[in-house]
Design a protein around this ligand. Structure first.
Ligand code: GLY
Length: 568
């Protein structure tokens, strides 16, 4: 096999790598889909039932999540789709991350004194980067799918027209962003008298259905040109934003080589830059691989994991940004030599982040994730985002499309925290056309013939959630459902605090960790929404959704009965 890296242009898309990785896999006669909403999971099965593969199903699930979970992802946002094609083992990460518009500048969120203006990168038109999700759907369908885009988009169009019923998480996040919603968003998401709709109320999105239909018919031009583009540009400019038609014309999806590494013989395949997810995950695992985790007490184990998190997030803060814009020796960061050096500095107590160096750390947000394996063994692990819940809270009038606030994932100023308390360096400074650094970590983990496909939303905590579930899998700690249910804890270098879900660190462990110098912060509520599927070496499939929310995970033999509505 030839792994020569190359950059070349074919039919409007940038191809950075062609990266075959072969792994033998027995025939499977079932498919598994796990997503954040039952309607999105059904959409995946519907398209599989119509003869689609996992990539067509991914189009359907992505588009349906945009409808039924509008606070997490959508046409106005972006994401990363990690793909594994069973026929030849080809693996690639589709980068549909948003890009800063051409008029964006390094200091665009600073006042005359150089202080960050509160909320400018989070709320409203200036917070929105150029969306990548629609271009990624077109690319996914045309290059990897078997069905036309217009067919795979049908379940989403139907969901937008028929409506979804309000559920607790929608209510909660709507309440959280209520003060910032523009009038067009209020009309779609609130009741006629501008209140939070009751559980079970129907949210119908006719304009979004029309935008999806224009995408289905016009493909890329159905979003980036014509009616949808004009309406988005009008909404952005009338709200003080800086998008232009040429920003939309210039948006390109990029195929990137995933980050690949090893943990005691298991293979880790994860997100590449502009997501920090894969690099940080591997750095932590590399550091931990030098400890006998199974021989440690629960407190000792957590202490080593926390220190590894701290060190890897420090590197994230210092070095990581869009690889199309920065010079980075990625292989050094994910090398065992680097991990050995970092591990050597870990003692049996807390090493305050202030002692490590004078540099700064970075970012994250609300988002969504789904995982799929089809009956041929094709896999998709996708994490999608409009960043903060309901993105910039600006819905472009007449389109049903909520614009993202992914610009907040840039570092607005060195050392200044973003909405997730992360800080960054010049590597993640704002530049025209640059992609903001992400934490999204769609991953495949292969161990002894078993393959775990997983990911989660959750801002800066995404990487450590994936880590904790991965460690459970790698160390045989329970079953798939347990790995998603186990309590989560997190350290991100700065703030120098161990955050954890209620009960995730026992009172006795808290006391021990405090004595070792850790500041601990028990969160008031849980976090994350992980969806995973597991292929077992004996040919069995399992699927699980995070027990914290209403996701739906299912394994079944797809039949023609799944093919609810075939639209040609
Ligand atoms: N907006 C979430 C992330 O990219 O990390």
């Amino acid at each position: 096999m030839n792994f020569r890296p190359a950059i070349f242009l074919i039919s409007g898309f940038i191809y950075l790598f062609s990266f075959p990785v072969f792994s033998a896999q027995p025939e499977i006669n079932q498919s598994a889909v796990a997503s954040a909403h039952p309607t999105a999971t059904s959409a995946g099965f519907e398209i599989l039932g119509q003869g689609g593969n996992a990539f067509d199903a991914a189009v359907a699930v992505t588009a349906t999540l945009a409808v039924v979970e509008p606070m997490g992802s959508g046409l106005g946002g972006g994401g990363f789709w990690l793909l594994h094609r069973a026929s030849d083992g080809f693996q690639v990460m589709l980068d549909g991350r948003e890009k800063a518009p051409a008029a964006a500048t390094r200091d665009m969120y600073l006042d005359k004194q150089g202080a960050v203006i509160d909320g400018l990168s989070l709320n409203g038109a200036l917070a929105a980067a150029i969306p990548g999700l629609p271009a990624a759907l077109v690319h996914l369908a045309s290059k990897y799918g078997k069905l036309p885009l217009r067919q795979s988009l049908q379940p989403a169009i139907r969901a937008a027209e028929k409506g979804f019923t309000v559920y607790p998480r929608y209510q909660k996040l709507l309440k959280f962003r209520l003060a910032h919603l523009n009038e067009a968003a209020k009309k779609v998401f609130l009741t006629d008298d501008n209140n939070i709709p009751a559980i079970g109320a129907l949210i119908i999105q006719k304009d979004l259905a029309a935008s999806l239909r224009r995408l289905a018919i016009g493909q890329r031009d159905g979003f980036y040109k014509g009616e949808t583009a004009e309406k988005m540009l009008k909404a952005v400019s009338s709200a003080g934003g800086i998008w232009t038609q040429s920003d939309l014309d210039n948006y390109q999806v990029v195929e990137r080589k995933p980050v690949i590494g090893d943990y005691h013989g298991a293979q880790i395949v994860s997100a590449a830059l502009p997501s920090s997810g894969g690099i940080v995950l591997l750095e932590i695992l590399n550091i931990l691989s030098g400890f006998e985790l199974d021989a440690l007490t629960p407190t000792e184990r957590k202490q080593k994991i926390i220190e590894a998190m701290r060190l890897a997030y420090k590197d994230r803060a210092e070095y990581l940004g869009d690889s199309d814009f920065i010079q980075l020796d990625q292989s050094r960061l994910i090398s065992m030599a680097h991990a050995d050096q970092l591990r050597a500095g870990i003692t049996n107590k807390a090493t305050p982040s202030d002692f490590l160096s004078e540099t700064t750390p970075p970012e994250g947000q609300d988002t969504t994730h789904f995982s799929i394996i089809d009956d041929h063994g094709n896999r998709v692990s996708a994490t999608l985002s409009i960043n903060y819940p309901f993105g910039s809270a600006l819905l472009a009038e007449g389109t049903g499309i909520v614009l993202n606030d992914e610009m907040d994932d840039f570092s607005a100023s060195p050392g200044v925290e973003n909405s997730y308390g992360l800080i960054g360096s010049s590597a993640n400074a704002i530049e025209a056309g640059k992609r903001p650094l992400s934490s999204m970590t769609p991953s495949f983990i292969e161990k002894d013939g078993d393959v775990l496909v997983l990911g989660t939303p959750g801002g800066s905590r995404i990487i450590t959630m994936v880590l904790i579930a991965a460690l459970d899998f790698l160390h045989g700690n329970g079953e798939l459902a347990d790995w998603l249910a186990h309590g989560r804890f997190h350290h991100q270098y700065y703030p120098d605090v161990v955050q954890f879900e209620p009960g995730a660190i026992s009172k006795a462990e808290q006391a021990e960790l405090s004595l070792l110098g850790y500041e601990l912060k028990e969160r008031q509520s849980t976090y994350g929404n992980m969806h995973a599927v597991l292929f077992k070496s004996d040919g069995d499939l399992e699927a699980a959704s995070d027990p914290r929310w209403l996701g739906k995970a299912e394994v079944r033999k797809v039949s023609s009965e799944d093919a609810a509505t075939i639209v040609r």
